[in-house]
Write a protein that binds this ligand. Structure first.
Ligand code: G
Ligand code: G
Ligand code: MN
Length: 405
């Protein structure tokens, strides 16, 4: 696809300073963008967004009263699908933090322009912006409602995907993480970010979904040729599921039914699973442990996946969050967190898995630091069982190799 300028974009400029708005709108007109609206504060911006389809927003961060952060929050709350360009005079580190915030909100932040405005910067940032209604399959990315989830579970099918995990010592696959997907009857694959938060609001639903994902994954894995006695299967467990007293025995029953042993099953406890009454959570985790399941602290370094949890509960493994791993070669803070987490895991005598390994350079860096295992797009994205079988019957990507996509 050729990246080009789309002059029909609907652009909204939000800045409290009239001269800044005027010069940007004139600049945009000179570049051929003639569909521009303007707002001098966040309230007027909200009004425009409620009534028109906006593709790109230029937004000042520093405004009196409600500021650019308030607008970002509003855009996140309304699942804004367009692109955002910030107008800021702030230093790089602050700009980087704003970038992280936008990412957490799942907003598309394309970059920054600084005052005084440079037309060449504006032009570069608009390159490749597309009209909102041209974006494909946004429906599959939006959060489904309770009713839509019922429909999906009734008429669609739960299709577990598998992301392999590799040893950094010998490049061999050592296991997989099971990730939920639902195939809608119209063949669209719906991703967990769209349905897990909805399912988690209803204990019955997240339990049913988790059980379906796990049982289907076990059933598919036990019929294929890739598993061996050291192979681990990691499943994601959220708080509602963890708090159900019957879950540990249910898991043991299914583990045995499909010919696995609990030592091969890793329960990845996500941030939300660790949020709640600490004693109750600890009891459930210890029950799983006493049945010999492996416990892993997922997304380590974010939210509730903290050092305190690591101290309180006998985890076998920590999974370092991809947000640190992905930037470990270009951000010294990410590098410090990655290095110290690896040292800490080694000192605690537990395994450490880096998630979000996207390049060979990151893989080599992690291996040099003594990180045990890695998972990420460099090796493979999450794939169906048939693709997994093909993949694991090939050698892992090595020096000079290419990511399997
Ligand atoms: O697979 P990604 O592929 O997009 O997964 C997104 C998020 O959804 C991850 O944080 C992952 O932990 C979570 N997730 C995926 N599958 C499951 C599942 O079966 N149960 C729970 N609770 N979370 C899941
Ligand atoms: O939160 P949890 O670790 O359970 O979820 C794994 C999530 O990370 C899934 O959404 C999966 O698709 C995603 N993921 C796995 N590997 C990579 C990677 O290399 N890069 C990025 N950006 N995401 C990844
Ligand atoms: Mn996980």
């Amino acid at each position: 696809m050729v990246t080009k300028h789309d002059n029909s974009l609907n652009i909204l400029v939000v800045d409290d300073q009239s001269p800044v708005r005027q010069s940007l709108i004139m600049g945009l007109a000179a570049l051929g963008y003639s569909h521009c609206s303007e707002a001098n504060d966040v309230a007027s911006a909200r009004q425009i967004l409620n009534t028109s389809l906006i593709d790109v927003i230029f937004c000042d961060i520093n405004m009196p009263g409600e500021d650019g952060f308030d607008l970002l929050k509003h855009l996140a709350a309304t699942s804004f699908q367009g692109d955002i360009i910030l107008i800021t005079g702030e230093e790089d580190e602050i700009a980087k933090s704003i970038h992280d915030i936008a990412k957490q909100y799942s907003l598309s932040l394309r970059g920054y322009i600084t005052k005084p405005l440079l037309l060449i910067e504006v032009k570069a940032l608009l390159l490749g912006c597309v009209k909102k209604m041209h974006i494909d399959s946004t429906a599959a990315l939006e959060l489904v409602t309770g009713g839509e989830l019922d429909d999906l579970l009734e008429n669609g099918s739960v299709v577990p995907h598998f992301q392999p995990k590799y040893s950094l010592e010998n490049d061999k696959p050592v296991g997989v993480e099971v990730l939920a997907r639902i195939r809608h009857q119209n063949n669209v694959l719906v991703y967990p970010d769209s349905f897990i938060p909805t399912a988690e609001k209803d204990p019955g639903k997240i339990m049913m979904l988790t059980k379906k994902v796990i049982e289907r994954a076990f059933s598919q894995l036990c019929q294929c040729t890739i598993t061996h006695h050291d192979f681990t299967v990691a499943v994601n467990i959220s708080s509602v599921v963890l708090s159900d007293e019957s879950f540990p025995n249910w898991l043991l029953n299914k583990t045995q039914k499909y010919g696995f042993t609990p030592e091969n099953i890793t329960c990845e406890l996500t941030e939300t699973a660790l949020h709640g009454n600490k004693a109750d959570i600890a009891i459930q985790m210890l029950r799983l442990r006493l049945l010999k399941f492996r416990l892993s602290i997922d997304d380590f370094g974010t939210g509730y996946s903290s050092i305190e949890q690591l101290h309180a509960i006998p985890f076998h493994e920590l999974k370092l969050d991809k947000s640190f791993v992905m930037h470990c070669l270009d951000n010294r803070k990410s590098a410090a967190i990655v290095e110290q987490s690896i040292n800490m895991a080694k000192a605690l005598g537990i395994d450490i898995v880096a998630e979000g390994v996207e390049t060979e350079l990151v893989k080599v860096y992690l291996a040099r630091l003594g990180c045990h295992f890695a998972q990420g797009y460099f090796f493979s994205k999450p794939v169906s069982i048939s693709a997994l079988e093909k993949l694991l019957n090939q050698p892992a990507p090595v020096a000079g190799g290419k990511a399997v996509k």
